[in-house]
Ligand binder design. Structure first.
Ligand code: NAP
Length: 260
């Protein structure tokens, strides 16, 4: 058999929520290049249109769609406009780093609405169509904080742990409809979300002493798994939280070397 079939997405329609830059853009580009008719959605329509036009220039099928996941009206309108999708990538997310005791009610509500409630609604809308057609792939972009604690991102971490839980719950509920639901937990991936934080030399030094694959990740490191989870090669994988983190969440690195 042709093993590349496991990764081919021709004949599939994909919606990427949060596709204007960073991880979402890399995922949208990869899905389109794997053959999916890809809808790039987020608030920055100009950036999406530019990316979609670039992909069409490569011979891919791609279109832009305005979506503010933090607005119920916008997300329901976008879900309707996107139509029947076979693949849903829930990527959109925001973070505000501060001590837990300092969050305002407005900040809490904004993060939860964007990272969790908005993606719940989108998944509900896309899921109804997937159930009717008897197939589908849903991927949530969680985080290291889906599985472990880190300081100064309590609201973000709570939403990301909830996405991992939602992936497991939907995997259980929708397995009978041949819908696979998984969660990717990216580690430290250099994007606009954290570029400033990683400027500090002490942060880079800390990473070297902590993580076995001691570089920062790139959005493409996530996109390759996203393509796999969208294709038939992952048809028996569901309800998983899969870390793409250079080993951060599962290993420790010591300066100790054994003597010869
Ligand atoms: P990014 O470069 O800041 O991109 C965030 C994306 O989310 C943008 O496309 C943005 O599009 C979209 N977005 C934000 N708010 C939105 C809204 N209200 N409606 C629609 N789209 C919205 O960040 P990134 O690092 O690529 O992050 C992507 C996802 O990966 C996030 O969920 C993040 O939590 C997760 N993640 C990132 C890392 C990392 O190290 N970078 C690690 C773990 C998890 P618009 O601004 O155009 O709306």
């Amino acid at each position: 058999m042709d093993v590349m079939e496991w990764f081919r997405l021709e004949g599939k329609r994909a919606l990427v929520a949060g596709a204007s830059r960073g991880i979402g853009l890399a995922i949208a580009e990869a899905l389109a290049r794997a053959g999916a008719e890809t809808v790039l959605a987020s608030r920055n329509l100009a950036a999406l249109e530019e990316a979609a036009a670039r992909l069409r220039g490569e011979g891919c099928r791609a279109e832009a769609l305005e979506l503010d996941v933090a607005s119920r009206e916008s997300r329901l309108r976008a879900a309707e406009a996107a139509g029947a999708v076979d693949i849903l990538m829930n990527v959109a997310g925001i973070n505000i780093r501060k001590p837990m005791t300092d969050y305002t009610a407005e900040e809490y509500a904004r993060i939860v609405e964007t990272n969790l409630t908005g993606l719940f609604d989108l998944t509900q809308a896309a899921g109804r169509g997937m159930i009717a057609r008897g197939r589908g792939k849903v991927v949530f972009i969680g985080s290291l904080t889906s599985v472990l604690g880190l300081p100064y991102a309590s609201v973000y971490g709570a939403t990301k742990a909830a996405l991992a839980g939602l992936a497991r719950m939907l995997a259980a509920e929708w397995g009978r409809h041949n819908i696979q639901v998984n969660c990717i937990a990216p580690g430290f991936i250099l994007t606009d979300l954290n570029r400033e934080m990683w400027q500090a030399p002490e942060m880079r030094e800390w990473l070297k002493g902590t993580q076995p694959l001691a570089r920062l990740g790139a959005p493409e490191d996530i996109a390759s798994l996203a393509v796999f989870l969208a294709g038939s090669g992952s048809d028996y994988i569901t309800g998983q939280v899969i870390a793409v983190d250079g080993g951060f969440s599962t290993t420790s690195v010591w300066p100790f070397e054994p003597r010869a």
